[in-house]
Design a protein around this ligand. Structure first.
Ligand code: ARG
Length: 478
């Protein structure tokens, strides 16, 4: 009457339109490898508990590995009327193996099964994102090292403020992406929790050794409350918010590259391989890659809000609303990884126009603060010094000159405390090297920041290697 695995209590067929509406197979098919991996661990746990024999477990596992192989090769027709990936695989196993396969779902529900799959998926993707972020941070560090001699204006309000080393500027992004790395690493610890054994919501009557299941799947923890285990999606919310923050950083850096590539700034040349031309204006070379990274940020923000809204107000425990979690999660993961994937090689090939940057430092009175500090050092009260320098700037502007271009006599007109040693003070290099507070732009400080970053990357790279060994390894390969 009803071919569905849950069809027993039903006497009428599901309406086609309801079937299509409730099905999630188009989205959750991506979970098939994790679903099979989870089922293999479940078989072993059932056998260990004496619920099925070792021989039955072997038969089931071989059947599952065959299905995995078929799915890898696209030789598996998914059936929408079977709703989701879990039912498709189980139905196929029953078709292949007959009666014994009817035992697979003992002590398990799709509620704990689906969240296991998604946790394994997020765990794996997080390791891949961590690898990407390592790579991005290494690229920034390499660029910083290679450009220790380049000086550019630092900006506030997008107005030239004070000169900084390009290396210092680049390392500001290193800090952002390092925090992203930490966030994903911390999120991973909360994702890495094994829910199986919670069954539908209340736990199971079978003596399943849940720690054994966890060790088979490389999980470091077992969920401690069955109701929370099947309805917790915090790990998805966390991934989506970490992704949104990482996109903030990518989009800020993109914006900067776009500005710097403009003729108005002319600070960088975009690599040809990562730029595009205009179909009408032959002279154009457009920074489409950073523009699209900036643009795609909206999708990732939107998905975070969608997921927060989806979870808000859901009573315990499982609710079908939660099925919508995967679409937003997968899309944000894909966008983040695609952005990182293209941004890193593009960034590595950007060329920095150090002459244009140096020229920008010479113009715009970036040394005004330093002249005031100079007067303070000569005993002039700061408020007076501020006013004298303001007057000097006004005067120089009216003459179309910079402070360092005024004669000593002109400068003395604003304050007799000014002497010929002032010119040394007003040079960009001197200004930079005076900013030697911890974390400042002085060459010595930046060099030590680069060394700290190098050591930190070594440590993070060892941590990611260890995670990859544990998490990227597959049950059928164990
Ligand atoms: N496709 C479902 C989801 O993604 C699987 C769990 C369904 N559970 C249920 N009781 N209908 O959430």
């Amino acid at each position: 009457m009803n071919k569905k695995l849950w069809g027993g209590r039903f006497s009428e067929r599901t309406a086609r339109i309801a079937e299509t509406f409730t099905a999630s197979i188009d989205v959750d098919r991506r979970l098939y490898a994790h679903d099979i991996e989870g089922s293999i661990a479940h078989c072993k746990t059932l056998a260990k508990a004496g619920v099925i024999t070792e021989q039955e477990a072997d038969t089931l596992i071989q059947g599952l590995v065959r299905i995995k192989r078929d799915m890898d090769h696209g030789a598996f027709d998914l059936d929408e009327s079977l709703e989701d990936i879990h039912m498709n695989i189980e139905a196929r196993l029953i078709q292949d193996l007959g009666k014994v396969a009817q035992k697979l779902h003992t002590g398990r529900s799709r509620n704990d099964q689906v969240v296991l799959d998604v946790r394994m998926f997020v765990r794996r993707e997080t390791v891949l994102v961590l690898e990407d972020l390592l790579h991005l941070r290494q690229t920034l560090l390499d660029l910083a090292k290679a450009h220790m001699d380049v000086v550019l204006p630092g900006y506030t309000h997008l107005q030239r403020a004070q000169p900084v080393l390009l290396a210092h500027h680049l390392m500001a992004y290193w800090e952002m992406f390092t925090r992203d790395f930490e966030r994903f690493q911390e999120g991973l610890a909360r994702t890495d929790v094994m829910p199986l054994g919670s069954a539908a919501l209340a736990g199971t009557v079978y003596p399943l050794d849940r720690h054994y299941t966890a060790s088979l799947l490389g999980f470091s923890k077992v969920a401690s409350n069955s109701m929370d285990a099947i309805s917790d999606r915090d790990f998805i919310l966390e991934f989506l918010s970490d992704a949104a923050i990482a996109m903030v950083h990518l989009s800020r850096m993109s914006e900067e590259l776009i500005l710097w590539a403009s003729s108005e700034f002319d600070f960088i040349e975009m690599p040809d391989a990562f730029a595009t031309g205009s179909s009408i204006m032959p002279q154009k070379k457009n920074p489409d890659v950073p523009e699209l990274v900036r643009g795609k940020t909206g999708i990732v923000f939107g998905n975070l809000v969608a997921m927060l809204t989806l979870m808000k107000g859901l009573p315990l425990a499982y609710n079908r609303d939660m099925q919508e979690d995967k679409g937003v999660l997968f899309q944000s993961m894909d966008v983040l990884r695609a952005c990182l994937g293209v941004f890193i090689p593009m960034l590595a090939k950007v060329t920095f126009n150090s002459d244009a940057m140096a020229r920008a430092v010479e113009a715009g009175f970036l040394n005004a603060t330093d002249l005031a500090d100079y007067l303070v050092a000569k005993g002039v009260p700061f408020r007076d010094a501020h006013r004298y320098v303001g007057e000097a700037v006004k005067y120089a502007r009216s003459k179309g000159r910079e402070l360092q271009e005024l004669s000593l006599a002109e400068l003395k007109g604003f304050s007799p405390a000014i002497d010929k040693d002032v010119y040394e003070i007003l040079k960009p290099e001197a200004m930079i090297n005076r900013r030697n507070s911890f974390g400042g732009t002085a060459r010595r400080c930046v060099a030590s920041a680069l060394e700290t970053a190098r050591k930190r990357l070594e440590k993070d790279s060892r941590a990611v290697d260890a995670l990859a060994r544990r998490i990227l390894k597959k049950a059928w390969a164990r």
